[in-house]
Ligand binder design. Sequence first.
Ligand code: HEM
Length: 406
Amino acid sequence: MTAATRTLGDFDLSDPQTFLDHELPQMWRQFRQESPVHWHAVEGRQVPGFWVLSRYDDVMSVYRDNKRFTSERGNVLATLLEGGDSAAGKMLAVTDGRRHRDLRNLLLKAFAPRVLEPVVDGVRRRADRLVREGVERGDCDFAQDIAEHVPMATIADLLGVPASDRDYLLSLTKQALSAEEAGQSAGEALVARQELLLYFADLAEDRREHPTDDVVSVLATSTVDGEPLTEEEIVFNCYSVIIGGDETSRLSMIGGMRALIEHPEQWQRLSAGDVSVDTAVEEVLRWVSPAMHFGRRALQDVEIGGRTIRAGEVVTLWTTSANYDEEVFDDPGTFDLGRTPNKHVSFGYGPHFCLGAYLGRAEIHAMLTALRTHVSEVVPTGPAKPIHSNFLHGYSSLPVSLRPSR
Ligand code: HEM
């Protein structure tokens, strides 16, 4: 079958393989043009199917509307198709209403720029050191030797994990989150997840006695309406910072590097200082769109784009398409580090807007700055290895040779 003769029903968006087999910009253009509010049937799941929203304005309208759409029945396909999320009502991203507002306000204390300043300093130092070491080595895997080491160390700083526990935490998160990549069983991943939760419960106990201003201390010592958070709320929200902040930031840096390799003229602009690192960060976020979708369940009947979404139905919002919507972005298929305006939705929008956006941006900023300071040329030395997911998009391996700045 040629690309031109494919119908939208040929694309199974619940299957990770779809995102490896097809030319994605073309696939999403077809969705936006032929059926921007599209019903996608599934078999053998808790729900009969889900809506696929691919246009920017429609995606934004659902992101901003937490009255008629809820995150409490899951916010990604994996949980939405199974009918729910076990952390609902406890973990920020899958909680709505007043509890969400209270939890979010409380967590915002730990994400205030003043509190984050030392964390961001650490990000800059780490990115700079890793890139310098990569240059000294010459050949390296940008994904595994460089990008992988920034986000988890940053999250450990944010959570206040002591230096002596970091290797343990890293190995647990790897086992808990990347079962498929590591070739281990789902059971082992579950055990690692339980151990992580126990670890955070212990850390919270310690912080109750010796509080600082890290995330664990804030969660362990704060009250809402005079009541402390439950242990489940504390540990799920520690875990949510890892789920939210590790792979997304890592894949953004790796995807940014790959885009720079494929667009040497943009590397030149960055390297010569012809574009600001700030605009470059936003274009990397738009171009890579590391979290391809998020989703909601409708709480009542809602009409979007002439179609009626019924109460109880699953709606998925495809950031990876919205960020390339030609109605909103001039020449969206062009990677342009100087692009302004650039109102991408890579961090979502509205009440659940990414809590770690400032930190995610700081990580990409630090990486681009380190590259433009220490590297004159990047040469690919092997094939990039794509990840297998219907949620995240990017590469787990990117072999390169980094040539030093003169
Ligand atoms: C929420 C993307 C980095 C923590 C979100 C959402 C998106 C997103 C799209 C909205 C989800 C929804 O509406 O259902 C990203 C991207 C990142 C990034 C692309 C990196 C480039 C981070 C970092 C952290 C973090 C570094 C923490 C250290 C969170 C949390 C939420 C969230 C806790 C839930 C917010 C809420 O429900 O109120 N993120 N994220 N993220 N993100 Fe991020």
